[in-house]
Design a protein around this ligand. Structure first.
Ligand SMILES: Cc1cc2nc3c(=O)[nH]c(=O)nc-3n(C[C@H](O)[C@H](O)[C@H](O)COP(=O)(O)OP(=O)(O)OC[C@H]3O[C@@H](n4cnc5c(N)ncnc54)[C@H](O)[C@@H]3O)c2cc1C
Length: 348
C-alpha cells in the first residue's frame, strides 16, 4: 500500500472543488484498511473515508490528515430460496453493480440505476431515487469498527435507515468504515413502477416493463436532468441534489400553505412526499428567486435541475458555500423553512 502526499481532492469529486489531502492511501482489503488506520493513529492524523466523491464539498484548504479511499472490489452472487444475495465490495462503482443485477434479472435496485458513487457510499445516506431506497434491499453491511479495530457484520436493522440517513451519517458518524455491502434481490421479480416520472414514461404500455427497460428509462430521465454523470455535460459538475426535501410539522406545513396562498401559489403535492409531510425543496428554491440556469460568478444552479448547485468552472468551495447560504437565507425569509444540505462538508 502506497501513501501519497498532497494529493488534489477536487478531481476525485463530482463537484470538482477543494484543496489537497495531506496524506492519501487506497485500500483494497480489510487488512489495508487496518494498516491505513494505524498509520493515521500513529501520526495523530484525522481520517476521512472517501468513496466515489459524489456527495462531497471539500474545503479550499483540503483535508489536513489522511484520506482513505475505499477500493475493495468484487461482486459475489449466491442464489437460493427464491432470492439472490449479492456481496459487493465497497469500492465497486454502484451503477456497475446495478447493471449486473438487472442483467441477472434480479429486482430491487433497478430504480437506482445511474446514481453516481461507490457501493460503500450507498448505506451512508440510504441512497434513494425513483421510488426505491437501498434500505429495502440491504441485508447486511461489513464494517471496520474504528472503536475497537474489529471487522463486524451489521444487520440492516442495526444500520438505522431512514430518509437520507443511517447510523453512518448520524449517531455513529465517523465510527465505521464500510468494507462490503450485501443486497438481497428477487430473481424474476417485478420492477418498481411507482414514481410519477417513471409511470408517465410507461403510460400506454400494455405489459409490465422489464427490469432492463426500467433501467434504461431511469438513466434517460436522469440524463435529461443532469443527474447522470455524462462526459461533456457541464451541469453534471455538481454534488447531486444540494438540499434535502424538508419534513415539516403540521404547524410548519400550515404556515407554508398560508404563505403560498398569500402569493397566489399552491404548494405542489406528490404522493411520494405527502405521506411523510415532506415538501419539495426544488419548489422552495425555485420560488425564492433561484431558477434553473441561475448564475452568480463561477457558480449557479443547473439548467436541468433546480436542486443542483453547479461549479461553472474554476469555482472554489467558498463560492459554493456562498450560494448555498444565499439560497438558505432567501428560503427561510420567504417560506420560514430551513433547508438542510444533503452533501457532506469535508475539512471546514
Ligand atoms: C449527479 C448526481 C446525482 C445524484 N443522485 C442521487 C440520487 O438520486 N439519490 C441519492 O440518494 N443520492 C444521489 N447523489 C448523491 C451521491 O451519489 C450518493 O450519496 C452516493 O451514494 C455517494 O457515494 P460516494 O461513494 O460517492 O460517497 P462520497 O461522496 O465519497 O462520500 C459521501 C459520504 O459517505 C462516506 N463514505 C463513502 N464511502 C464510505 C465507506 N466505504 N465507508 C464509510 N463511509 C463512507 C464519506 O466519508 C462521506 O461522509 C447524486 C450525486 C450526483 C453528483
Amino acid at each position: 500500500m502506497m501513501t501519497l502526499e498532497n494529493v488534489p481532492l477536487a478531481p476525485l469529486t463530482t463537484l470538482k472543488v477543494g484543496g489537497p489531502a495531506r496524506y492519501f492511501v487506497e485500500a483494497k482489503s480489510a487488512a489495508e484498511v487496518a494498516e491505513a488506520v494505524s498509520f493515521a493513529r500513529s501520526r495523530d492524523l484525522p481520517l476521512f473515508v472517501l468513496g466515489g466523491g459524489s456527495n462531497l464539498v471539500v474545503s479550499d484548504a483540503g483535508w489536513p490528515g489522511l484520506v482513505l479511499k475505499l477500493a475493495v472490489s468484487g461482486i459475489e452472487e449466491c442464489t437460493g430460496n427464491g432470492e439472490t444475495l449479492f456481496e459487493v465490495g465497497a469500492g465497486e462503482e454502484w451503477d456497475r453493480f446495478v447493471a449486473r443485477a438487472v442483467a441477472r434479472n434480479c429486482a430491487g435496485v433497478e430504480c437506482l440505476s445511474g446514481v453516481p458513487g461507490s457501493v460503500g457510499g450507498t448505506p451512508v445516506q440510504n441512497v434513494g431515487a425513483y421510488g426505491q431506497e437501498v434500505s429495502e434491499t440491504i441485508e447486511s453491511v461489513l464494517v471496520f469498527d474504528l472503536k475497537d479495530g474489529q471487522v463486524r457484520e451489521l444487520c440492516a436493522e442495526a444500520c438505522g435507515f431512514q430518509y437520507r440517513t443511517s447510523i453512518f451519517n448520524t449517531s455513529e458518524r465517523g465510527r465505521f468504515i464500510i468494507l462490503r455491502v450485501t443486497y438481497r434481490l428477487t430473481p424474476g421479480g417485478k420492477p418498481r413502477l411507482e414514481y410519477a416520472d417513471l409511470k408517465k414514461h410507461f403510460a400506454g404500455f400494455q405489459q409490465t416493463p422489464s427490469l432492463t427497460s426500467i433501467r434504461e428509462a431511469v438513466r434517460r430521465i436522469r440524463a435529461a436532468k443532469a443527474m447522470l454523470i455524462t462526459a461533456g455535460d457541464e451541469d453534471c459538475r455538481s454534488a447531486g441534489s444540494f438540499f434535502k426535501n424538508p419534513v415539516l410539522s403540521a404547524d410548519q406545513y400550515d404556515e407554508l400553505t398560508r404563505r403560498a396562498t398569500a402569493k397566489l401559489l399552491q404548494v405542489p403535492s406528490y404522493p411520494a412526499l405527502d405521506a411523510q409531510r415532506k415538501v419539495s425543496a426544488a419548489w422552495l428554491v425555485e420560488h425564492s428567486g433561484f431558477s434553473r440556469g441561475y448564475s452568480s460568478g463561477r457558480v449557479g444552479i443547473s439548467r436541468k435541475h433546480a436542486l443542483a448547485i453547479v461549479n461553472r468552472g474554476e469555482a472554489t468551495a467558498a463560492d459554493i458555500l456562498g450560494l448555498k447560504e444565499h439560497i438558505q437565507q432567501r428560503v427561510e425569509e420567504l417560506w420560514g423553512i430551513q433547508l438542510e444540505p444533503e452533501p457532506v462538508f469535508v475539512g471546514f
